[in-house]
Ligand binder design. Structure first.
Ligand SMILES: [Zn+2]
Length: 403
């Protein structure tokens, strides 16, 4: 019998530990009804997750090849930390004349790519899903932001947050004066500047945690070295993505796109978000299938710390102009990792590192390690929960497409 060794940290206190012969593992309430065989099988799903961008890419390309998918790679003119090639890879399969298509995107935010890549690999290597989606066109986009995936950075090589970049730059954009006022405090010259911390704490106290998060996360186009920067022109990744989706989804009438993320919500719990208002028929289609786990950024009165803002420029809100002649469904899945202060704190530190720090220093390496830790819990229980939830989302997505 395989022996699994698990590290345990403070977040696991809610999960009971079972010892069974040589097999020791942790499980949540949702898994309590699984048979032992199923749990052992599920444990293996942790192996879908890779340790580096290049390992994830290689496994993705091998699996896509094994499925007979065609591969179309757009190579970035920057290499990875080990000199490896960085690319956005499109794996395209299923009948070219299918009326419907499933698109799964990984790595919109670099280190979240480990999770999206694992879900894509799970999809490709699962006979059940190959069968379930046999009549649909499939487009899997690996590493939307290959630079950030390989180098552990939310943003692109140009510090662009891709989920703030999918806008029509010919139209007036809304701006974020709250961010502008706080930029110097979000990105101080000295990493632990007490004055900067006080400014942020005062703002949070005066306006509340949701408004504070909205100011920070909403996106901004005024500070190229700042947080959640959306830029004033399309990023390389946006151009490659738009061209790829238009090219590989020419003949489909209905397209469902899932953009996989991590870092929002409780540990291992999925958070699904779309942007349709309540009077859009897609709102009720998605909510019928996914229930209360699916929320809309258009329902602003329900905003809270798990959904504090409707960011300007996520890809899931852009599908109607990317593919204007089609019926599209698009949503984000966020798999929760650690509390918001840890996640946002790691992003602030990483942003400071790129603005004022030294990537090669011990401090720089520690900041990168912390960013990876909060976005990618490398524990078998978390990975197992994620794949279980991804399976569930894929089953429900098939129902949406079969409509
Ligand atoms: Zn993300």
């Amino acid at each position: 019998m395989t022996k699994y060794t698990l590290r345990v940290d403070s977040n696991f206190s809610k999960y009971p530990v079972i010892q069974l012969s040589e097999l020791a593992y942790l499980y949540g309430d949702g898994h309590a009804k699984c048979s032992l065989a199923k749990r052992i099988c599920v444990m293996d799903s942790a192996t879908l997750f890779s340790k580096s961008y290049s390992e994830a890419r290689e496994r993705f390309l091998d699996a896509a090849n094994d499925c007979g998918f065609s591969i179309h790679s757009q190579v970035l003119d920057i290499s990875g930390p080990a000199g490896e090639e960085l690319a956005m890879d499109f794996a395209v399969g299923g009948p070219a004349d299918a009326a419907t298509a499933l698109v799964i995107v990984s790595g919109t935010h670099g280190p979240e790519g480990y999770t999206g890549s694992a879900c894509q690999l799970g999809f490709l290597t699962s006979p059940e899903f190959r069968e379930l989606f046999a009549n649909h066109r499939i487009v899997l986009v690996h590493a939307h932001n290959p630079y950030g995936f390989a180098w552990t950075r939310r943003t692109t090589e140009g510090n662009v947050d891709l989920n703030r970049n999918y806008v029509d730059f010919n139209q007036p954009l809304r701006g974020n004066p709250e961010y502008d006022a706080l930029h110097d405090a979000f990105v101080p010259r000295a990493i632990d500047d007490p004055d900067a911390k006080r400014v942020l704490e005062d703002y949070r106290e005066a306006h509340g945690p949701v408004a504070y998060m909205a100011a920070m996360l909403g996106g901004q186009r005024t500070h190229a070295d700042g947080l959640f920067y959306g830029d004033t022109k399309p990023a390389w990744s946006q151009e490659v993505m738009v061209a790829g989706l238009r090219r590989w989804l020419k003949d489909q009438k209905t397209v469902l796109l899932i953009d996989i993320h991590t870092g929002l919500g409780p540990y291992g719990v999925p958070y699904l978000v779309h942007g349709y208002p309540e009077n859009d028929p897609r709102f009720s289609v998605l909510n019928t299938q996914f229930g209360s786990a699916m929320r809309s950024t258009a329902v602003k009165e329900a905003f809270d710390e798990d959904l504090p803002v409707d960011p300007e420029g996520p890809i899931v809100l852009a599908m109607d102009w990317i593919l204007p002649d089609k019926k599209t469904y698009a949503f984000v899945i966020e798999y929760g990792t650690y509390p918001p202060d840890e996640v946002l704190g790691a992003h602030q530190q990483d942003n400071w590192l790129h603005a004022y720090g030294d990537l090669q220093s011990e401090q720089g390496k520690a900041i990168k390690e912390e960013l990876r830790r909060v976005m990618y819990p490398e524990f078998d229980d978390w990975k197992t929960m994620i794949w279980n939830e991804a399976e569930d989302a894929l089953h429900k997505s098939a129902k949406v497409l079969s409509g």
